[in-house]
Design a protein around this ligand. Structure first.
Ligand code: 5GP
Length: 140
């Protein structure tokens, strides 16, 4: 079932610095962080600072600004992770797989011969995520 945007969500707390994250990028439009349950090595999230529930209610001007950042971050992530391709994903509503109700884009590196992990079921160590964040930052 869909609903209104609720600003009381985990990503607004991460944007506000109230919860920790492995940050890859930040400007006035968005933040990019390592996904804590990565589907592959280097899986990041791009999260607009302006709150919206998902793709269905975002301001199109915000969307356009965010997509520019998504492309830059995808290029940097592919390079930094030495990946063979990038899967870009955005889920709107539970039936589509959305679990956090603040718009975000997944940038998921893909590697020839490697199966991706399932959604929200893997874990990665803090050290690994920190090291990957540094590599992506350096590639930006
Ligand atoms: P969705 O299921 O909405 O498409 O994606 C939400 C993503 O957020 C999932 O891939 C999940 O692993 C990630 N996630 C959930 N909680 C946190 C958190 O506290 N920190 C970070 N960095 N990622 C999170």
């Amino acid at each position: 079932m869909s609903g209104a945007y609720d600003p009381n969500n985990i990503f607004t707390k991460i944007i506000a610095g109230e919860l920790p994250s492995h940050k890859v990028y930040e400007d006035d439009v968005c933040i990019s962080i390592m996904d804590i349950m990565p589907e592959s090595k280097g899986h990041i999230l791009v999260i607009p600072k302006q709150g919206s529930r998902n793709l269905l209610d975002v301001d199109p001007h915000v969307l356009s600004d965010v997509m520019e950042r998504v492309q830059k971050l995808a290029v940097a992530t592919k390079h930094a992770m030495n990946a063979d391709g990038i899967l870009l994903r955005q889920s709107s509503e539970e039936v589509a797989g959305q679990t956090v109700y603040h718009l975000h884009f997944h940038i998921i590196p893909c590697y020839v011969g490697q199966k991706r992990g399932s959604h929200v079921s893997n874990s990665s160590s803090n050290d690994e995520l920190a090291a990957q964040a540094e590599l992506i930052k350096a590639a930006m």
